[in-house]
Design a protein around this ligand. Structure first.
Ligand code: FAD
Ligand code: NA
Length: 380
């Protein structure tokens, strides 16, 4: 085999490794079981409207890491998009994250920061964070019952399909509340969306004479030449698929949440006036609605068209065949993960990375940053 490195998975982690290795003169093959590159960051034009749709959920790029920012700018320009999210509760629209505007609208008041802080502190006195018995009590202990019930309790219950009293308090350590009018969602130094889309960016990373990409190719499919049994021990492998699958689930199935997306094209120019509207109430089955054209107001002709694409997002526990999106991280999962980490150490020349390979939620900039570190510290 004329290959120096096999990369399993063409998401940001795998492509960063492949690009670095190729630029250092190595011959790299990237395989992915899906029929497109890019992992969950992949996006495509909805054919009827030309609107860029993020197939695996809306992806917003943001980072404070200088070397990651420098690196990603080699492959794409970024727009000056700034992410903001609103929330429709009880037939009224509020700004998120919960901030002084949200609090004043919610209580029909004109509190100063100190007054709002004092009110929330008093309401939070109902429970103590240290002794809270479940997510419900902990949430009330953090932000008080009124704000918790309006913006967090049912939203989180819908994300987990579990009542707030049955959820563990461990799923939160804090809840975001700001005592000023700042409603920027992220507070990183750099933020923006890739000017000509995620897929163009991802394709540019793979566009190198030393990189071969093979799509529709599963690492565990023994009928394809670069399968696990044929390559492990023969050449270095960077594996970004699920770590439990690599070891055939011998230490148990690590649990994930998944999302279901319902996409719709509507004959209106503008459905909701903003990219993301949350629905935190119990009587609405979905958690939020994305309206993709609002991610790119600078695409003037597409933006002003008389159709729009929306996507309702539903959340639930993943079955084995569902896309794994967010690690659940129960205590059983943590035990299983430690066992898999031990097994992984014993795999000669196999490097586990990315969100699936390490069972961690990673933002894009974190996946890229950790791939750059793996390249610099272990592979180069
Ligand atoms: P992935 O992108 O998941 O890539 C892994 C690849 O491995 C996949 O393409 C998969 O098909 C392939 N693979 C798996 N098993 C095999 C196998 N057996 N054989 C061959 N190939 C295999 N990040 C942000 O920074 N901002 C956001 O707004 C944001 N929003 C998100 C929203 C959602 C709903 C989700 C789920 C994630 C979001 N992220 C966001 C995170 C972002 O998607 C990840 O950082 C990124 O996907 C991590 O890249 P990765 O390469 O580790 O994994
Ligand atoms: Na408290």
């Amino acid at each position: 085999m004329d290959i120096d490195l096999l990369v399993v998975g063409s998401g940001f982690f795998g492509l960063t490794i492949a690009e670095r290795a190729a630029s250092a003169g190595r011959k790299v093959t990237v395989i992915d079981r899906r029929n497109h590159i890019g992992g969950n960051a992949y996006s495509e034009k909805e054919p009827e409207t030309g609107i860029e749709v993020h197939r695996y959920g809306a992806h917003l790029f943001h980072t404070s890491n200088e070397s990651v920012w420098e690196y990603v700018n080699r492959f794409t320009k970024f727009t000056n998009y700034v992410h903001r999210v609103y929330s429709t509760h009880n037939g009224q629209v509020f700004a998120l994250p919960v901030n002084l505007h949200t609090i004043n609208q919610f209580f029909g008041a004109a509190f100063t920061p100190d007054q709002a802080r004092a009110l929330v502190k008093e309401q939070a006195g109902e429970f103590d964070v240290a002794t809270a018995q479940n997510f419900y009590e902990k949430g009330v202990a953090l932000v008080g019952r009124p704000l918790f019930e309006a913006f967090f309790a049912h939203y989180t219950a819908k994300q987990w399909q579990t009542s707030p009293e049955q959820l563990s308090g461990d799923i939160v350590s804090r809840l975001p509340v700001r005592y000023n009018y700042d409603n920027r969602y992220f507070n990183d130094t750099y933020e923006g969306l890739p000017k000509d889309g995620y897929t163009a960016w991802l394709e540019r990373m793979a566009d190198h004479p030393n990189i071969t990409v093979s799509l529709g190719t599963d690492f565990f499919d023994e009928s394809q030449p670069l399968h696990q049994g044929a390559v492990v021990g023969q050449l270095p492998v960077v594996y970004t698929g699920p770590v439990d699958r690599y070891f055939d689930f011998t230490e148990g199935f690590l649990s994930w949440r998944t999302l279901d997306f319902e996409q719709e094209i509507l004959p209106v120019g503008d459905f909701q006036g903003t990219p993301v509207m949350n629905y935190p109430d119990a009587d609405v089955p979905f958690t939020r609605i994305h309206e993709f054209k609002h991610f790119h107001p600078e695409r003037k002709d597409i933006f002003s068209g008389d159709k729009t694409v929306i996507m309702r997002e539903f959340s639930r526990f993943a079955e084995r065949d569902d896309e794994p999106y967010y690690p659940v991280n129960t205590s059983a999962d943590r035990v299983g993960l430690l066992a898999y980490r031990d097994l992984a150490k014993g795999e000669k020349d196999v490097f586990f990375g990315g969100r699936l390979g390490t069972y961690q939620y990673l933002d894009m900039h974190m996946a890229i940053g950790s791939a750059l570190s793996m390249w610099n510290n272990q592979l180069s």
